[in-house]
Design a protein around this ligand. Structure first.
Ligand SMILES: Nc1ncnc2c1ncn2[C@@H]1O[C@H](COP(=O)(O)OP(=O)(O)O)[C@@H](O)[C@H]1O
Length: 280
């Protein structure tokens, strides 16, 4: 992976994004059903460019990956790119794992280097559009992204903090197939006007059961540090997009069975889902 200096970041990302995402469009076919007007969008001849925001463990990966399958655009999670890098045993991966395992953010340069490499690989495979998950996480990253391309929609997932911590502690990954599961069973009763919340565990199939691992950064101490850093560095990113008018706030009402249909409704995509299911 090439590490880019700040001076080199922008031109490289501009080139990659403009080359990779100027081709055919599913935005046109979805446009009537999009929840927001494409923000300042003049060129409709390109695919969806969406971003997921939200606290660590809120479920960005789950919903971004479902939407990616539904809409046929790549789901690009910077956390996955980081973990791929960590799985190689290079001096860089050792350096990165120290930062990640303390719950800290990697530098903008490193993350944009990883993202550029991923975009380049996608371009070679003819990918178009993206659903970004875990990027941007700082105002600097949001500004760089804004300089190089337009973001149509930013989905901001929200969940109460005590549930987020429990969900992170329950996260498991299958070391063989890479599938994401959750063993946490959340059942919090509503009180003093605050609604309760129920989330069933997302258990693995029997083949994966004995191969489950927990991320090294999913300990209670590190989770709390990640949330603290989110509030300092990433909450301003919510405001960045809110002020541009393309932020969709979505309070998760429960687990996937309750939340997925409501999210599709909020995105005016429930029709699209039915058509896909009927066609399958
Ligand atoms: N955009 C980014 N900027 C800086 N660091 C990042 C970024 N995306 C991922 N990382 C690093 O990778 C780690 C794991 O990312 P991710 O899987 O998205 O975490 P989470 O589940 O906490 O949202 C982060 O804690 C951080 O160290």
């Amino acid at each position: 992976m090439a590490i880019l200096t700040p001076r080199l970041l922008r031109p490289k990302l501009i080139l990659l994004i403009s080359r990779a995402f100027s081709s055919p469009t599913i935005v046109d076919s979805l446009k009537p059903s999009l929840p927001l007007q494409l923000h300042g969008h003049t060129n409709t001849k390109r695919s969806i460019q969406w971003v997921f925001l939200g606290c660590p463990g809120v479920g960005k990966g789950t919903y971004a990956s479902r939407l990616s399958s539904l809409l046929g655009v790549p789901h690009i999670a910077t956390g996955d790119l980081v973990r791929e890098q960590l799985s190689t045993s290079t001096p860089l991966s050792k350096q990165l794992s120290e930062i990640v395992n303390q719950g800290k953010l990697l530098s903008d340069e490193i993350i944009i280097g990883l993202l550029s490499t991923r975009l380049e690989a996608g371009e070679a495979k003819g990918e178009s559009g993206f659903i970004l998950d875990g990027f941007p996480r700082t105002i600097k990253q949001a500004e760089i992204l804004e300089d190089v391309t337009e973001i149509d929609l930013v989905i901001n997932l929200k969940l109460r903090e005590d549930v987020i911590v429990e969900k992170c502690l329950g996260r498991r990954i299958c070391s063989q197939c890479g599938g994401n599961f959750n063993v946490a069973s959340i059942d919090i009763k509503g009180e003093n006007g605050t609604p309760g919340i129920c989330m069933a565990p997302l258990l693995p199939p029997s083949d994966c059961e004995s191969k489950l691992i927990t991320r090294a950064d999913d300990t209670e101490e590190v989770i709390k540090e990640r949330i603290r850093i989110y509030n300092i560095k990433s909450l301003p990113v919510e405001e960045f997009y809110r002020s541009r008018g393309n932020l969709l706030e979505f309070n998760l009402p429960g687990g996937i069975p309750e939340s997925w249909p409501k999210l599709l409704q909020a995105l005016n995509l429930d029709d699209h889902d039915e058509k896909q299911t009927a066609a399958a």
